[in-house]
Write a protein that binds this ligand. Sequence first.
Ligand code: FPP
Length: 228
Amino acid sequence: MEHLAIIMDGNGRWAKARGLPRSEGHRAGGETVRRVLGFCKDAGIRYLTLYAFSVENWKRPKEEVEALMSLLVAYLAGEESMLHEHQVRLRVMGQKEDLPEKVQAAIAHVETATVHYERQLILCLSYGGRTEIVSAAKRLAQLAAAGELDPATIDEAAFKGQLYLPDVPDPDLIVRTSGEMRLSNFLLWQASYSEFYVTPVLWPDFNRADFDAALAAFGKRERRYGGL
Ligand code: FPP
């Protein structure tokens, strides 16, 4: 498997079950991110994409949004050495300009510092699949209006070229934790032929055995891409 994508769900429920504030669930979720990066290295997975903050997540209470943003800044500052150690390139996809200045600065710093590594950790921040598709359509329309693009030549490759990270291959497997059976606006374009695996385990509890079970299930799938 080349590309694994994960919808990290259940931080809030994990915290609630322990009588802790939701922010503690996100903190524990950040530790899981660290672990899973190691599992991916061992499994030879080149791309790991994580759904960390959706465009819809801005609707959460201000305190929770602020706690998540602070956690991100702390995570980016704290994990830079780990990214170097594992030789992982950080990339962020989403409406970066909507993130607080301090988050944007932390992202820019770590993205630049790790740009030469081959393996990639892709964080989806202020990300929405529909937003991504609409912004690609808008960009194509702008190019056409400027006379730089013949609309008749727009095909799937041209469209993909305007997505956030066109060079990244589509995910082979999308894992969702905490049991929900939906895509929640994640990678709508890229997920066309991805396999989907849902585990009831809450993200802070997701461990090596759960990771291995997801990969084993993927190994048993027969991928036909609409063919026979
Ligand atoms: C879903 O749990 C999780 C999120 C909305 C945030 C994900 C963030 C992290 C795992 C930590 C920060 C990320 C990094 C990369 C350090 P939920 O709050 O929707 O849980 P619930 O459905 O149980 O309420």
